[in-house]
Design a binder for this molecule. Structure first.
Ligand code: 16C
Length: 246
């Protein structure tokens, strides 16, 4: 191939027609739009958001929330990353080819359905958190460009071939959005050297069944910062020396 890298597989700038005729399309479109709109909304001053991790340009906030004794704390993280574009960020987050290289909570990942170039359904199992039962998740994942933003939205779904709570795993429910915006100095052409990408990562995980609140909060306080630092430096490494894809 003449392509030195996967330019052809970068997130498309417009929605793939195959997605818009799929039964999940109305839900995917609605939830993605909502998530992207909310992603960059401020946390400063808003009631309930507590800063729990800060390192360089990265800030992580959570809102303590329990439903029937189960922790469902929404998380929101802001970060700034140099030398990569919003589109590149989303490419590495969406494409399953890279997932094992940056996702440290994963035990297994299965592609359940390839809907289109910009949407897929995944089944994943996660490492067990002692003393809780192991968890799995089934979710659609959609990448899109929305004005000045590239974003990936992941949201739980169902599939008759992947029933919940039948084996060793308890099914958890997740809504995640990684929204990214590139910027570069006015009047200049964007390059690897002058581009900066602002990231908003939002996540709400419903554990789906009992898990001790203290353990769960301790785990996510450690794992979310670890994930965002690891993922962003992974993308920087992957992009080094390659032409910038805006
Ligand atoms: O967004 C992320 N990853 C995406 C691609 O995989 C996708 C995944 C979403 C699933 C997020 C739930 C992860 C639950 C993991 C439970 C096991 C963790 C064990 C690790 C310790 C060895 O959108 C990046 C996701 C970064 C996840 C950070 C960890 C969050 C823990 C939240 C608590 C889960 C409750 C589990 C109940 C036992």
């Amino acid at each position: 191939s003449v392509h030195t890298r996967d330019e052809v597989e970068l997130p498309p700038p417009a929605i793939d027609n195959r997605l818009t005729v799929h039964p999940l399309w109305p839900e995917i479109d609605r939830i993605s739009t909502e998530q992207i709109q909310a992603a960059f909304e401020g946390v400063g001053g808003e009631i309930g958001w507590q800063l729990f991790a800060e390192e360089g340009d990265m800030r992580m906030y959570r809102r303590e929330m329990e439903v029937d004794g189960m922790v469902m704390d929404p998380l929101k993280a802001m970060h700034k990353v140099r030398g990569v574009s919003a589109r590149e960020m989303c490419h590495y987050f969406f494409n399953p080819r890279y997932r094992y290289e940056w996702e440290t909570t994963l035990e297994t990942m299965t592609i359940v359905e390839e809907i289109s170039s910009d949407a897929m359904v995944f089944h994943q199992t996660f490492k067990r958190i002692w003393p809780a039962s192991q968890r799995d998740a089934l979710f659609w994942s959609h990448v899109r460009a929305d004005r000045d933003t590239y974003a990936v939205t992941n949201h739980s779904t169902t599939n008759v071939d992947y029933p919940a709570n039948t084996g060793a795993c308890i099914r958890l429910f997740v809504t995640v959005c990684l929204a990214c915006r590139s910027s570069y100095p006015a009047g200049e052409r964007p390059t690897r050297e002058n581009v900066t990408t602002s990231i908003a990562y939002c996540s709400t995980v419903n554990p789906g069944g009992w898990a001790p609140a203290g353990v769960l909060r301790a785990v996510y306080k450690r794992e979310y910062p670890k994930f965002l630092k690891r993922f962003t430096s992974y993308v920087q490494e992957q992009c080094r020396g390659k032409p910038l894809a805006i």
